[in-house]
Write a protein that binds this ligand. Structure first.
Ligand code: G3H
Ligand code: 13P
Ligand code: ZN
Length: 309
């Protein structure tokens, strides 16, 4: 199978009320861990790379690894640019064969965001590539941009309607209380489902994207800390809330932090229990297996995309 865009899977997700996991990739083990999980669950999946991930893995390696993944499975896979910072980065990913790009103009004014997004949409659509845009600001770290929580801004539903109309973007990331990284909530975890509902009322046919949606799986945080890590007070979006989002109109759920935690926890455990180990395969394989396990759990028990091909 070749790479696909998000078009069909998003249509199905809106009709049948489930979400598709979008998982951040940086290296071979992460790609394999995610694709193995999605294949076992017979689920569509979105692989996404930030511009810093592309720089780290190197563009050619990244695309070749994704091509290898596609050649070994029949599930629909999307290759997506996460948090594209500018037109040039989006263009280079489109030219390199990505089937979906995000232009993140959320740091700009509404008018500047419209103008930039429209420019990317025009270039992408001419080449059969779909575009995710963002309106509203998440607190926390957005791909090298640190947004203080005081600057975080929920998405305005009326603006969302105007934005989609004027840009022609294919999906929209909205801010309803999530944030990037391992420290999302000081007190109780809470999302503004009322805003999500208002957005859906205004743009019922536009797939909605939730960034900063890792659970920050407590067992993985404990495992990291038990084996020498130091990640105190980490807190994410609980599974029940993400499930609620999946059946309430969110079509794409972004996960990076949980993958980082799984990889690190898996490696730390082997190092702590087997200090004599120095063969990378001996610690990378269990870390890869742990990624498969948590991605399968999300797909099957939280997002509901198993057998939705
Ligand atoms: O939302 C941002 C993602 O977690 C990517 O982070 O720029 O460190 O790869 P990164
Ligand atoms: P997390 O940090 O919650 O995993 O969010 C990832 C994300 O939004 C990638 O764009
Ligand atoms: Zn994000």
């Amino acid at each position: 199978m070749s790479l696909v865009t998000t078009k069909e899977m998003f249509e199905k997700s809106m009709k049948e009320k489930f979400a598709i996991g979008a998982f951040n990739v940086n290296n071979m083990e992460i790609i394999q861990g995610i694709v193995d999980a999605a294949s076992k669950e017979n689920s569509p999946v979105i692989l996404q790379a930030s511009s810093s991930a592309i720089k780290y893995a190197r563009p050619n390696y990244l695309m070749k690894m994704v091509e290898a993944a596609i050649s070994e499975t029949n599930i629909p896979i999307v290759m997506h640019l996460d948090h594209g910072p500018d037109f040039e980065t989006c263009k280079s990913c489109i030219d390199a064969g990505f089937t979906s790009v995000m232009i993140d103009g959320s740091k700009y004014s509404f008018e500047e965001n419209v103008e930039l997004t429209k420019k990317v949409v025009d270039y992408a659509h001419e080449r059969g590539v779909v575009v995710e845009a963002e309106l509203g600001k998440l607190a926390g770290i957005e791909d090298d941009v640190n947004v203080a929580s005081s600057d975080a801004m929920y998405t305005d539903p009326a603006e969302a309607e105007e934005f989609v109309k004027r840009t022609g973007c294919d999906s929209l990331a909205i801010a309803i209380g999530t944030s990037h990284g391992a420290y999302k909530f000081k007190g109780e975890a809470k999302l503004r489902f009322d805003i999500l509902q208002k957005v859906k009322e205004r743009i019922p046919n536009t797939p909605i994207v939730l960034h900063g949606a890792s659970t920050v799986i407590p067992e993985l945080v404990e495992m990291c800390n038990k084996y020498g890590g130091n990640i105190p007070g980490a807190k994410g979006v609980p599974d029940e809330i993400l499930h609620e989002a999946s059946i309430s109109g969110v079509s794409k759920i972004n996960v990076d932090t949980d993958l980082r935690l799984a990889m690190t926890a898996g490696i730390r455990k082997v190092f702590a229990e087997n200090p004599e180990v120095f063969d990378p395969r001996k610690y990378l394989a269990p870390a890869r297996d742990l990624i498969t396990e948590i991605v399968q759990h999300k797909i099957r028990d939280v997002f509901g995309s198993s057998n939705k091909m």
